[in-house]
Design a protein around this ligand. Structure first.
Ligand code: ADP
Ligand code: ARG
Length: 343
């Protein structure tokens, strides 16, 4: 392919960081698992409204295509992959994140998820059909070993009736279908085969299998008890680590398909009712920027807010530990609530 061109109004990280010279330098490279530059950038090429626009195909993508990926990583996380090393800390004893809404007036629910992928397998965009099935088998077997409050059932997407699926999506438990960014990246191939969801009885602990990442490990519950949600997640991740080997890089932390999800691969969010700040987006954004928080709509990424309710979460995931990111989210949310009260 000759150097691809972008529409003039394109502002994705891909179009800002890819130059004809860089394209020429990287275009004939291929990872050992056979992933190429054209595959890496396909989603951003087909979706010029992407914010990022790239998906890695394996661990090696992050080394081979570093001249393109490192600047994107640096810009998104404020972390220098050439000089810094990621540190992980999921010890709940180190968490300083008091409930930002003890009266329960603003925060509807809290959710913390981490992405994980299996070491020794390509990432989802480059996973062959049988490999995806093997990943599903390994993960669902590991999930069977969980006990206590984490014990639950794995439900393959294939064969799940439409009403159950729609209800799980509406209630914020299950991933949506047909994401065009994932579609272009090849992450939806053979859908719904190999995909599924595990959850415990009260749906406070869930695992998505073979969506954007091979595992999305999720802890969630009504209210704003960030400490309890974090503790459950940390315990679940430790239990799964005893059964599965996750892809981890000394520099970049936990490896994921999208560079925004490297490092902790963690997104700690609240669903929060802020009708007054919603009318003053400038102030809302200013507070969020100060605490490195991201605002999403009520049905997750690429969705809109409804009824003054927003999804507010940590934006940075790399170069910050899990406990730091959750603590910063809690402090930012407390300030948002204080501001909302004053307005
Ligand atoms: P991810 O969290 O994996 O980045 P999304 O932004 O698409 O992906 O969110 C996935 C789902 O989780 C969506 O249905 C979203 O509404 C739901 N969700 C996110 N945060 C919360 C929360 N604090 N409480 C309840 N549901 C949430
Ligand atoms: N590829 C999409 C874009 O560039 C999503 C990027 C971040 N989100 C994610 N789920 N990986 O807009």
């Amino acid at each position: 392919m000759p150097y691809p061109t972008f529409p003039s109004d394109c502002s994705s990280a891909l179009c800002r960081h890819l130059s004809p010279e860089l394209y020429a330098r990287l275009k004939d490279l291929k990872t050992r698992y056979g992933y190429t530059l054209d595959q890496l950038i396909r989603s951003g090429m087909e979706n010029p409204d992407s914010s990022i626009g790239v998906y890695a195909g394996d661990e090696e993508s992050y080394r081979l295509f570093a001249p393109l990926l490192d600047p994107i990583i640096r810009e998104y996380h404020g972390f220098d992959p050439e000089k810094e090393r990621h540190r992980s800390d999921m010890d709940p004893a180190h968490l300083d994140a008091p409930d930002p809404d003890p009266e329960g007036k603003y925060v509807l629910s809290t959710r913390i998820r981490v992405g994980r992928n299996l070491h020794c397998f390509p990432l989802g965009a480059n996973l062959a059909r049988r490999e995806r099935l093997i990943v599903e088998c390994l993960v669902s077997d590991a999930l069977k070993s969980l006990g206590g409050d984490l014990a639950g059932t794995y439900y393959p997407l294939e064969g799940m009736d439409d009403a159950t699926k729609a209800r799980l999506i509406e209630d914020h438990f299950l991933f949506k279908e047909g994401d065009r960014f994932l579609e272009s990246a090849g992450l939806n191939r053979d859908w719904p085969e190999g995909r599924g969801i595990y959850h415990n009885h009260d749906k406070s602990f869930l695992v998505w299998v073979n969506e954007e990442d091979q595992l999305r490990i999720i802890s969630m519950e009504p209210g704003a008890d960030i400490g309890r949600v974090f503790e459950r997640l940390s315990r679940a991740v430790s239990a799964l680590e005893r059964k599965l080997s996750f892809a981890y890089d000394e520099r970049l932390g936990y490896l994921s398909s999208c560079p925004t999800n490297l490092g902790t691969a963690m997104r700690a969010s609240v669903h929060i009712r802020l009708p007054k700040l919603g009318e003053d987006m400038e102030t809302f954004r200013e507070i969020c920027d100060r605490y490195e928080l991201q605002i999403r709509g009520i049905h997750g990424e690429h969705s809109e807010s409804e009824g003054g309710i927003y999804d507010v979460s940590n934006r940075r995931r790399l170069g910050i530990t899990e406990v730091e990111a959750a603590g910063e989210m809690a402090r930012g949310v407390r300030e948002l609530i204080e501001k909302e009260k004053r307005l």
